[in-house]
Design a binder for this molecule. Structure first.
Ligand SMILES: Cc1cc2nc3c(=O)[nH]c(=O)nc-3n(C[C@H](O)[C@H](O)[C@H](O)COP(=O)(O)OP(=O)(O)OC[C@H]3O[C@@H](n4cnc5c(N)ncnc54)[C@H](O)[C@@H]3O)c2cc1C
Length: 412
């Protein structure tokens, strides 16, 4: 049987490995760490089907100067990193043309529109359905001005037919009694549901993958043995050589480094994000909440309440700056005045970010037996089941149910 190595045991690589193994391939999942310890460990647990819009849209540009000038703002670029960011930023700029934005919205909506079809199937067949909550997400606004500032987002959702419901003060507090009375308006996104523990979801899928006969190999990929237009083997940091017939590179924000070794640079950056897990919050909540004007999110999870968000551009190697996590907690206390934050842990993760927001999912344009699945940005958990399905289709020669052109690796 021909072998396939999937590099990266985050939610993306693990889901792909599971889908391929289930289709009868002989799959090895390779990671330098235990499954799920990358960005997939601590994300905000949200199946955020209402958040596919490109980051380069006008509403974001309008806020950018204010955000960047505020040291506690939602976007920070570390000054020393700015020169390195220029090529990515120029591509981000190019992704702001109105016609390009329409294309990117359509590409994101095409994935989000089928997320539950793929996710429900995956959770059902693996027995993990109880991990998915039934509740949606509330987007909060103190006044009409805050609501108007978020109007572009809602208009895009309306254009693509994603469900939402506008609520006033009393209805909001009926749903979430612990919320501050300052919130005058909210939009309920019933399909923006969450999972109880994103890390546990990866480890559970990795266990199901192994139960089907899949192999997990601990090792850091540092190079490739190439011949005949393809990859014959992975070279690991400990000197081992792993022979393989095919390779899928799904190493999250680190995939750019690997793709460069194959002469196919992917313009990946890391949008570093933070969370604080509050174990004894002293309040209860059922829905996740986003407060767009304050740019943070709070999600109820299995181990308490998780507060997170923020974008920090500082590359893959700089140490975390946990002041950013503390700012988010301060904001969360504005939303939930009774929130208790004494027992908490902080975390930073690397979102794999492409300048046009849409992930890369497809065959290498340069190596006959290599595929890429990366750049899922803020939506890796959301897109995981769909990515697994689509990549398994591509690799096994089945026509995928969506047009895969927007996700090609050679689009840049
Ligand atoms: C604060 C925050 C909140 C978020 N909230 C959400 C959310 O609510 N909903 C959502 O959908 N998404 C969210 N995301 C985004 C989501 O977490 C990511 O898009 C997703 O986890 C990416 O998954 P991945 O498998 O591509 O990468 P990762 O989970 O980072 O996995 C990559 C794996 O590759 C391995 N690796 C790297 N290099 C090598 C190498 N050379 N050799 C071997 N192994 C290697 C790493 O060890 C790692 O295990 C959030 C992200 C952050 C940071």
């Amino acid at each position: 049987m021909s072998s396939i190595a999937v590099v990266g045991a985050g939610i993306i690589g693990t889901t792909i490995a599971y889908a391929l193994q289930r289709r009868g391939l002989s799959v090895t999942l390779v990671d330098r760490d235990a499954p799920g310890k990358g960005a997939s460990y601590g994300n905000m647990a949200s199946i955020a089907v209402t958040e596919f819009m490109p980051a380069s849209r006008p509403g974001v540009w309008a806020q950018m100067p204010k955000w960047l000038l505020d040291p506690e703002g939602p976007v920070r670029i570390r000054p020393a990193y700015m020169p390195k960011l220029i090529p990515w930023f120029l591509r981000f700029l190019a992704a702001s043309r109105p016609s390009k934005l329409r294309e990117l919205e359509t590409a994101g909506a095409a994935l989000c529109g089928r997320v539950y079809e793929d996710l429900d199937a995956l959770l059902h067949e693996t027995g993990l359905t109880p991990m998915l909550s039934a509740e949606g997400c509330l987007s909060l606004y103190t006044d009409e001005a805050e609501f108007r500032a978020d109007r572009e987002h809602i208009e895009i959702l309306e254009r693509f037919g994603f469900r939402h419901e506008i609520l006033g003060g009393n209805a909001i507090r009926d749903l979430e009694p612990a919320l501050t009375t300052k919130i005058a308006k909210a939009v309920l996104f019933p399909d923006n549901r969450s999972v109880s523990d994103p890390y546990r979801l990866v480890t559970a899928l990795a266990e199901k993958f192994q139960a089907l006969g899949g192999t997990i190999n601990a090792g850091e990929v540092v190079g490739f043995e190439q011949g005949d237009g393809g990859v014959d083997a992975l070279r690991l940091a400990d000197g081992r050589r792993l022979a393989t017939d095919r390779v899928v590179l799904a190493a999250g924000a680190f995939t750019g480094r690997l793709s460069r070794l194959l002469g196919e640079p992917i313009p990946l950056e890391t949008e570093r994000g933070y969370h604080t897990q509050i174990m004894a919050p002293g309040i209860s909540m059922r829905h996740s909440i986003i407060w767009p004007a304050r740019a943070f999110m709070v999600t109820p999870t299995a181990g308490g309440i998780r507060v997170g968000g923020t974008v920090e551009m500082a590359g893959l190697d700089a140490p975390p700056d946990y002041r950013r996590a503390k700012v988010l907690v301060k904001r969360a206390k504005e939303a939930f005045p009774e929130l208790e934050v004494e027992r908490a842990s902080e975390w930073m993760g690397h979102r794999p970010a492409l300048p046009d927001t849409v992930p890369v999912m497809g065959a290498s344009a340069k190596r006959r037996n290599v595929w890429y699945a990366t750049g899922h940005g803020h939506l890796g958990l959301t897109y995981a089941a769909t990515t697994g399905r689509l990549m398994a289709d591509l690799i096994t020669g089945v026509a995928p149910p969506v047009d895969m052109k927007p996700y090609r690796v050679d689009r840049f």
